[in-house]
Ligand binder design. Sequence first.
Ligand code: SF4
Length: 97
Amino acid sequence: MLGAAVTSRWHLTVERRRVMRVVVDLNRCQGYAQCAFLAPDVFAMHGEEALLYDARPDDTRRVDVLRAVAACPVRAIAVEGAGGKRAADRMGVPDGA
Ligand code: SF4
């Protein structure tokens, strides 16, 4: 029983590290599309102004997403999890971006 609990806890820890959550402030987004260029698997323009995005992209897209965060001219993209916050800090992305 203890083994199962330990395994389950370890599993949750691993899952927590691998889950990345992307949030775009669509009130701030101006449709410049840099994010769609840098991470096309995660962000896509629909028409000239509407941005569609995957809020839970696979962790393999993390570097592309962080590049998109850094490139967004209005700091509309925020990333949580998968080291996103710390990585964004290292890239000079301010809190609440
Ligand atoms: S780079 Fe920023 S402003 Fe441009 S479409 Fe993406 S989220 Fe919007």
